[in-house]
Design a binder for this molecule. Structure first.
Ligand SMILES: *Cc1c(COP(=O)(O)O)cnc(C)c1O
Length: 234
């Protein structure tokens, strides 16, 4: 098992390096988030042994078990919360995670800022934007994202780092790029207004090339590292 995960990680690093070269981008500007939801702490340990330190989780109870189990590695690991976040779960996330990618309303941001423990650095956050416009998807509408970001950036215990999206699956790279381009244009517009963002969290196992071509700085990869998930997501 560990060697399979190490091999998969190696393939992903090569995919990232290849497309970065094609796009004329420095690989140092790209981060890989290994999305470990539904996979065990042992799978995370295997990825860690292969050099991976940032992990993404979507379900708070499941994540807490792994964070506890991996406590001895806590100072080396970065935990990113990437799932839907209910108000009654914000305290656990504020206490246990380093990043939250799924800020889609001000109430959640307020709670995270209030609940972030004083002994920890500010919580890194991204605003989640619904770039492909499906009514069922989470994320704020692109037109409302600037207002939300302006309200989040002033919260004392949060550090607004950027934007995140999960576009609907697209059959070809042209369509994938069109969705990612929307997020990047929003990101550029916000930075032109002085918001100082440095993180564009977009691209997953099937569309990371399209995302990197459009300027992603962080790709979130699950299946291509850990394998198919047997439990349904969301
Ligand atoms: C599950 C998940 C991923 C990883 O998706 P894969 O297709 O398995 O790479 C990325 N981002 C978010 C927000 C997720 O929930």
């Amino acid at each position: 098992m560990p060697s399979i995960i190490a091999n998969h990680l190696d393939v992903i690093y090569r995919r990232i390096a290849a497309i970065a070269t094609a796009a004329g981008r420095d690989t140092a500007s790209l981060k890989l988030l290994a999305v470990s939801k539904t996979f065990s702490a042992d799978a995370i340990s295997a990825a860690y042994a292969a050099g991976q330190q940032a992990f993404g989780e979507s379900y708070i109870q499941e994540a807490l078990g792994k964070i506890f189990y991996l406590k001895p590695l806590r100072t080396s690991l970065k935990w990113h919360f990437i799932g839907p976040l209910q108000s009654n779960k914000t305290r656990l996330v504020a206490e246990q995670f380093d990043w939250v990618h799924s800020i889609d309303r001000l109430k959640i941001a307020h709670r995270l800022s209030e609940q972030r423990p004083a002994h920890l650095p500010p919580l890194n956050v991204c605003v989640q934007v619904n770039v492909s416009g499906e009514p069922s998807k989470r994320g704020i509408a692109p037109n409302d994202a600037v207002a939300l970001a302006r309200n989040v950036v002033v919260l004392p215990r949060l550090l607004l780092r950027g934007l995140m999206s999960i576009p609907k699956p697209a059959p070809d790279i042209i369509t994938q790029r069109a969705y990612h381009r929307r997020l990047r244009e929003l990101f550029d517009a916000m930075n032109a207004q002085g918001l100082g963002l440095d993180t564009l969290s977009m691209g997953m196992s099937d569309d990371l090339e399209a995302a990197i071509l459009e300027g992603a700085t962080l790709v979130r990869v699950g299946t291509a590292i850990f394998g198919e998930r047997t439990r349904p997501i969301y």
